[in-house]
Design a binder for this molecule. Structure first.
Ligand code: MLT
Length: 266
């Protein structure tokens, strides 16, 4: 369904009943990356999966997509859907950056966090320079060029040989991201603030998930988040890269379900 939010509209899938879980996708993807989780988790909870502005079926708007703006969009989605209880927020990579902003700006909306393949630190100078190059690449050669250059780092090497249909599916999801959506999100990620200072003040149950073969987020990042966040646990998913929820959907879903049942559902 399409929801009117602030200055735009966002596509949102809202399935199931019970504990609300909001799924926030990575860059440059959309809610379709969560298909295995929507199917599995909606059997016992209310799953709300959003297309961030400029991604998937949500139109692009002008200007930078700061992580704060995207977090406010997600908070507004929960309000418009009349979600009365705090939700478990599950963000992957850029979705994790947004989850930190959501916790910082709207803590009353957050019952728990699932931080997958993400980091609390801001971009290094080198990463900021790479964002600028990626923006130039989109402008000069189009979104397909960025998709092609990102794809090898998004998945574990064996995923390319063992699951070519999954690789094609991920490419198809990424190609739904608009040119201006890509540019606005790249600039938003580049300018995002460092979230390490809030880790010690996260007082909700938190599950950190990491693919053992993630080429973008080193395990040290996940370990240092786990050391800082008081009520957190870290699970490393074997034979998975950055898009661990798709590469090892069964293990990912089981880890999330165990966490939810232990901490929230009983
Ligand atoms: C993502 O998967 O959302 C991106 O890899 C995040 C990033 O580029 O920092």
């Amino acid at each position: 369904m399409q929801l009117n939010i602030q200055d735009t509209s966002l596509f949102v899938e809202d399935v199931g009943q019970g504990l609300p879980i909001m799924l926030i996708h990575g860059f440059p993807l959309n809610h379709e990356m969560w298909h295995p989780q929507i199917t599995s988790l909606s059997a016992f909870s209310r799953v709300i999966a959003v297309d961030l502005r400029g991604h998937g079926q949500s139109p692009a708007t002008e200007g930078t997509y700061s992580m704060d703006l995207l977090a406010d969009d997600c908070a507004r989605v929960l309000e418009v859907l009349q979600v009365k209880k705090p939700a478990v927020i599950c963000g992957l990579s850029m979705g994790g950056y947004i989850s930190f902003a959501l916790y910082r700006r709207h803590p009353e909306k957050v019952a728990g966090l699932i931080l997958a393949a993400t980091r609390a630190v801001a971009d290094s100078l080198e990463t900021k320079n790479n964002r600028d190059k990626a923006v130039q690449n989109v402008i000069q050669s189009g979104p397909e060029a960025v998709i092609e250059s990102m794809l090898p780092s998004l998945l574990a090497a064996h995923t390319f040989t063992e699951s070519p249909e999954l690789v094609s599916r991920i490419q198809a999801i990424m190609s739904q991201t608009s040119r201006s959506g890509m540019i606005s999100a790249l600039i938003g990620m580049k300018n995002r603030s460092d979230s390490t200072d809030i880790l010690r003040d996260i007082h909700v149950p938190t599950l950190i998930l990491q693919g053992a073969e993630d080429q973008i987020i080193p395990l040290t990042e996940s370990k240092s988040m786990q050391a800082e966040i008081p009520q957190s646990e870290l699970k490393v998913i074997p034979r998975a890269g950055h898009l661990l929820n798709m590469e090892q959907a069964g293990l990912f879903n089981q880890s999330v379900e165990d966490f939810l049942r232990l901490r929230f559902i009983g």
